[in-house]
Design a protein around this ligand. Structure first.
Ligand code: BGC
Length: 393
């Protein structure tokens, strides 16, 4: 309960500090006021999303703000099942890839919309050591461990509590990950809050405690397509990433340990650039990732919430800005989407029809002593915050 109150407080504080960032910018303020004209009330609705193969009931919570923006989150995997956002003509459309049925989410899929834990991205060969003791995790990505393992947080049914204020709607999800679940030490009590505000911000706040020393790196795995039309690729979106450096990877997508300067490379997104502009360049790193599938080292100070990245779709006018206190962001351009998975809109998800901006610590940190630590000790409170801020221009 204490943890619950604390994270609501953190989420609220984040949104407040966020509002002040935005108020400095006249233009952005104007855009969000315009959207706010059709004033309605903040609402939260709950309906069944079916039952899992193991017969566990799953709910779908829809948080709606007074601008008509809404997010639907299912208790299975804490998955953002839909995110409906106005375009420049006030047309509200879904901007995240996903499925219409629980059965489809239970089949193998590339973590559409899910909460990722205990570890975002890869751990080399599924092994790491803490205090001289080696831990072995499942290898579910060639020889490596990916996104917490085959039975990671994306496949757990979370407990949910809703919370509403005049200008925000929140869903608090909790999950107890038992000692040695998927090979990780410690009973880990995790709490994730999704908060939708009348500023069209979706804040995601994570907190966790453990009873044994462990490693932790939580993130959110939504695939965005700001056009609202999932038959289109995201190659014409303009992206910025506030990072002077990125982490080159080996052939199995594990960081080599080097922090490489983006200057003069296709990895330079410090000025807005179309995703497709250089994605097919003759560049070894792009070949390894089959496109962008890398971690950028953010310029912001670690631990402080700062601007990390943005994406803009000119045709719809939708703009997404990502703010976080995490030191890095994984930019993944849906390179493994191959037309085999069914779209919510009919048809299938084709190559590069969605992109992810996953705020996180660096991949493989438990094995790389020069990377910022991901160790969580008993008595410490893991805290991570990300805001997905939507506007039109
Ligand atoms: C990873 C990709 C992976 C994708 C889906 C991303 O976070 O960086 O390599 O294919 O998730 O699993």
């Amino acid at each position: 309960m204490k943890l619950f109150k604390k994270s609501l407080y953190i989420a609220a504080a984040m949104v407040v500090s966020f509002v002040s960032i935005q108020c400095k910018d006249g233009k952005k303020k104007e855009a969000s006021t315009e959207v706010a004209k059709s004033v309605a009330k903040v609402t939260i609705t709950k309906e069944s999303f079916g039952t899992t193969e193991d017969n566990i009931p799953v709910d779908n919570y829809t948080l709606k703000n007074s601008n008509g923006m809404e997010v639907s989150v299912i208790t299975y995997g804490g998955i953002i099942q839909s995110l409906k956002v106005p375009n420049k003509d006030q047309v509200i459309e879904d901007v995240v890839l996903g499925f219409n049925s629980l059965a489809q989410y239970e089949k193998p899929n590339p973590y559409f919309g899910a909460l990722i834990g205990r570890f975002g991205n890869r751990i080399a060969k599924g092994k790491f050591s803490l205090d001289g003791k080696e831990y072995t995790l499942a290898t579910n990505d060639g020889e490596n461990h990916l996104h917490g393992g085959p039975e990671g947080f994306h496949r757990k049914v979370w407990s949910a509590t809703e919370n509403q204020t005049e200008h925000s709607a929140s869903l608090v999800l909790t999950y107890l990950s038992k000692d040695m679940e998927e090979g990780y030490p410690g009973n880990l009590q995790v709490e994730v809050t999704y908060m939708l505000t009348d500023k069209n911000d979706l804040a995601v706040t994570y907190s966790a405690t453990t009873d044994k020393k462990t490693v932790l790196n939580l993130t959110q795995h939504s695939y965005f397509n700001l056009s609202g039309d999932f038959s289109k690729t995201i190659l014409d979106h303009d992206v910025t990433i506030d990072a002077d450096k990125y982490l080159p990877v080996d052939a199995t997508l594990i960081p080599t340990g080097e922090l490489r300067d983006v200057t003069g490379t296709p990895f330079d997104f410090r000025e807005a650039k179309q995703v497709g502009k250089e994605i097919n360049s003759d560049n070894e790193q792009l070949k390894r990732g089959l496109g962008y599938d890398h971690c950028w080292v953010l310029n912001g100070k670690e631990g402080e919430i700062a601007f990390a990245a943005s994406a803009y779709d000119k045709a719809s006018g939708r703009m997404l800005e990502v703010y976080t206190n995490e030191p890095a962001i994984q930019f993944y351009t849906g390179n493994f989407l191959d037309g085999t998975l069914p779209s919510k809109q009919g048809g299938n998800y084709e190559h590069r029809t969605g992109f992810c901006l996953e705020t996180q610590h660096y991949p493989d940190s438990p094995n790389q002593k020069d990377f910022p630590s991901v160790v969580l000790e008993p008595g410490q409170n893991y805290k991570s915050s990300t805001v997905f801020k939507f506007s039109v221009k």
